[in-house]
Design a protein around this ligand. Structure first.
Ligand SMILES: *Cc1c(COP(=O)(O)O)cnc(C)c1O
Length: 517
């Protein structure tokens, strides 16, 4: 119906206008009065703001990927420097995101250690890649809880499929089942609990340790700190973790393992678990899985294999000598969040006996029951936590973006670079290797000609490492091997190249030779 002139001057329209105006004024007053409840409920970021900032931050992230090498690897900050710049209490009312973003750039960024810096060679890498970050963004946006199939069917089924892919990519035993855990430490604790429950026929779960003989766990002297920690948490008692001596290559000596087991049996202890490492943290020593596995089988002991870092190298057929005998193991863990370009956290945990795993952990309170429980995997029962993040998505993106061939090419190149650096160091008269280099971690020290005193060598290498790290140009970490202060250099980030490692090596060499002794 066309609007006529008379409609517009209709007196009732005027009344509506008046009422509308009144409401408008009232609302405005409400908004400007500071103590009102509406202030508390006002929404400081709307959809348009979110879109704007998401674009802005995406640009920042892309720049960071390109320019991370321009930051000091380790920030020149002292304890308290960052905290002192933060208000002692939270803001009473919402602040503009613009200000928060500016504070991120001015306070937080200068206090970060840049793990993705091309000259970061410390610890083991916490590698990430562009597809993995994109996956993480979607995971965060969906904000789903992936505790059971019912709460996120696609997350559960993608995780299942990704674990099958990984199992086959690494040539792990075909019947094994995998699940994503938050860290290798958590996966190792899960393995120890499985071992404990298998050895006690689920008795410790039911009635605790009362009246039981001590349970014993075995690992090499080079074992990662997460194992004694898990032994403590599992209630086994750290005194019952037996450290097995290693050979010249820092690998567990199976003869010593068997001797320790026999000795324990004699005094009435119950051997329940051996933790063997494919790639120790100090020097990537490779425990011989096959003879260890045979001993475990003979004595009915659970074998957990910790390949947190080096497991990724099993992508390469030529590296599978490391996993010979793995079919004798009961569980296996490796971290795609270390060397497979999937940002923290993403730990792949595999078990031979899925039933043992779920029997160790299953709970079923009424509020978590669903009609489908018998047909699906409910990962709640596969580990410690109930709530779970959707971590399979980023893994899916990484594997599809690089492809198996692309992943292999990078891992192979990293190992080649590791071998190249080892050979380069071997040829220096004033440097020496302190451990075999099976992969891409090189353990070495500076040894100026004529210096033989171990104490002096330790202190000069400690000083060298500190000088290098304080320069902000490179980051390295250390370990002790046979009592010797050892510098570790790991070449395993997504962007690690011959050139970045060569640059790092030249800096180390020149800094060492320029040091006053
Ligand atoms: C890094 C590492 C761990 C611990 O990994 P998280 O995922 O940080 O818990 C355990 N074992 C070995 C051999 C490692 O290198």
């Amino acid at each position: 119906m066309p609007v006529s002139e008379s409609d517009l001057v209709n007196p009732s329209v005027g009344i509506y206008f008046f009422l509308y105006f009144l409401i408008f004024i009232l609302l405005r007053q409400e908004e400007t009065s500071t103590s009102s409840a509406s202030k508390i409920f006002s929404f400081p970021m709307n959809h348009a703001d979110f879109r704007h900032w998401a674009h802005e931050l995406a640009d920042w992230m892309a720049d960071y990927f390109e320019q991370v090498g321009q930051y000091p690897v380790k920030p020149p900050v002292l304890p308290g420097d960052i905290k002192n710049q933060l208000p002692t209490g939270p803001p009473a009312s919402g602040e503009a995101f613009e200000q928060q973003y500016a504070d991120f750039q001015q306070i937080i960024l200068p206090g970060m250690t840049h793990w993705q810096h091309p000259q970061f060679f410390g610890y083991f890498p916490a590698s990430r890649s562009m597809p993995s970050v994109l996956g993480e963004m979607l995971t965060a946006a969906m904000g789903a809880q992936c505790m059971i199939w019912y709460t996120s069917p696609a997350a559960e089924e993608l995780e299942e499929r990704m674990m099958e892919w990984l199992r086959d990519m690494l040539a792990l035993p075909g019947g094994w089942t995998g699940v994503i855990q938050e860290t290798a430490s958590a996966a190792t604790l899960v393995a120890l609990l499985m071992a404990r429950e298998r050895a006690s026929s689920f008795g410790v779960n039911q009635t605790g340790f009362y009246g039981r003989q001590p349970m014993r766990v075995y690992a090499s002297e080079q074992v990662h700190s997460s194992i004694p920690k898990a032994v403590k948490i599992a209630g086994l008692g750290e005194a019952h973790l037996v450290y097995i001596p290693t050979d010249a290559s820092f690998a567990m000596d199976p003869g010593q393992l068997e001797a320790a087991i026999l000795k324990d049996l004699e005094v009435g202890f119950q051997p329940v678990c051996v933790v063997a490492a494919i790639g120790t943290t100090s020097s990537t020593a490779i425990d011989p899985i096959k003879p260890i596995g045979e001993i475990c089988r003979n004595y009915g002991i659970f074998l957990h294999v910790d390949a947190a870092y080096a497991g990724t190298a099993l992508l390469l057929p030529e590296m599978r000598w490391m996993s010979e005998g793995l079919e004798l193991a009961d569980s296996f863990v490796f971290n795609p969040h270390k060397w497979m370009f999937t940002n923290f956290d993403c730990t792949a945990f595999f078990v031979r006996d899925k039933q043992l795993l779920t029997n160790t952990f299953s709970i079923l309170p009424e509020y978590l029951k669903t009609p489908l429980d018998k047909q699906v995997n409910n990962y709640r029962d596969w580990g410690i936590q109930l709530g779970r993040r959707f971590r399979a998505l980023k893994l899916w993106f990484v594997i599809r973006t690089y492809g198996v061939a692309g992943l292999r090419a990078r891992i192979r190149e990293h190992i080649r670079i590791g071998q190249w650096l080892a050979e380069t160091i071997r040829q220096q008269p004033d440097f020496e290797l302190l451990a075999p280099v099976p992969l891409n971690l090189v353990c070495f020290r500076y040894r100026p000609e004529g210096m033989a005193d171990e104490g002096q060598l330790n202190s000069i290498n400690e000083r060298l490492l500190q000088t290098l790290n304080d320069s902000g140009k490179i980051l390295l970490t250390q370990t002790k091997l046979n009592g010797k202060y050892t510098i570790r250099l790991v070449a395993g980030q997504v962007d690690t190249t011959q050139e970045t490692v060569n640059q790092g090596w030249e800096l180390i060499r020149d800094t060492a030779r320029a040091m006053a002794i």
